[in-house]
Ligand binder design. Structure first.
Ligand SMILES: [Zn+2]
Length: 277
């Protein structure tokens, strides 16, 4: 029988898990927004639920935003960037190209211009330069990573993904729970081995959703509940406040989870891990 397969990590039995292992805390991130919709705006719906819900009020999240559209015509998108910052969320870099371009496929000078421009624009909203970047399509190489670092950006990938990015028009998931359970089971091995950095007494577990997805917006509270359920099912203790509720702590935790150098071990969710390897 084959053993040591990375997709089937050995999970310690609950009795073997050291009681000293810090609890996990879910670090929510949203990609691709903000939405420019004037009716049932998905970003607004998500911001409303993060602020007020039955699980934990005043949750703060990282928003990896598409900056270009918010500064080139869409007042709605721009106003939502302002709202995200004003409500204590953290703005971070995703794209500044007119479309969701893959940074690896941009000419070096275009990537340079894009990073410089995007950082300037986000600084206008938040008052300080963004420190986090998430590459479109999770795709990066030594060149793009070096460019990020030269611009003071650190790259955050993810532990869990709702796999709710819009692909070929599909924007729903029948498998929310089983998908997150399977991914958290993989994280559990790293957690039990102490391989996740501890920040303020917790091990941050990064979760990715997409705030442009109307299904995600309608179900965001369901997702929050499922995260707690799957952690419970896997006997992983969760912080008393399971989600971050302070921007400074959120940023510190996110920075601790960034990818420092090019390597092939970093987890890339869904079809993208298969495509880029
Ligand atoms: Zn994206």
């Amino acid at each position: 029988m084959l053993s040591g397969c990375s997709s089937n990590p050995q999970i310690p039995a609950p009795s073997l898990i050291k009681s000293s292992i810090p609890p996990i805390r879910f670090l929510l991130t949203f990609d691709d927004g903000p939405s420019g919709a004037t009716y049932k705006n998905s970003t607004e719906q998500i911001l409303d639920v993060l602020a007020k819900n039955e699980i934990q009020p005043d949750i703060k999240a990282v928003f990896f935003v598409q900056i270009h559209a918010a500064f080139n015509g869409s007042k709605k998108k721009h106003s939502l960037l302002v709202r995200e910052h004003a409500e204590g969320h953290l703005l971070a870099f995703h794209t500044t190209t007119p479309r969701h371009a893959n940074h690896r496929f941009l000419k070096p000078e275009d990537l340079e211009f894009s990073l410089q421009r995007g950082i300037e624009d986000l600084t206008k909203v938040s008052g300080s330069a963004p420190q986090l970047v998430r590459p479109p399509f999770w795709n990066y190489d030594e060149r793009t990573l070096e460019s990020y670092h030269r611009h003071g950006l650190k790259m955050l990938l993810t532990d869990l993904s709702a796999n709710d990015g819009k692909i070929y028009g599909v924007n729903w998931s029948w498998h929310k729970r089983s998908n997150l359970l399977a991914q958290l089971r993989r994280v559990k091995a790293d957690w039990a081995d102490g391989n996740i950095p501890t920040v303020n007494g917790h091990m941050p577990v990064v979760v990715t959703l997409h705030d442009l997805n109307s299904y995600t917006a309608r179900n965001i509270e369901v997702y929050l509940r499922i995260l707690l359920q799957v952690a419970h099912e896997l006997d992983m203790p969760v912080a008393a406040k399971p989600f971050y509720d302070n921007r400074t702590q959120l940023e510190k935790a996110a920075l601790a989870r960034t990818v420092k150098y090019m390597h092939n071990e970093a987890y890339i969710p869904g079809v993208w891990g298969w495509l880029w390897r």
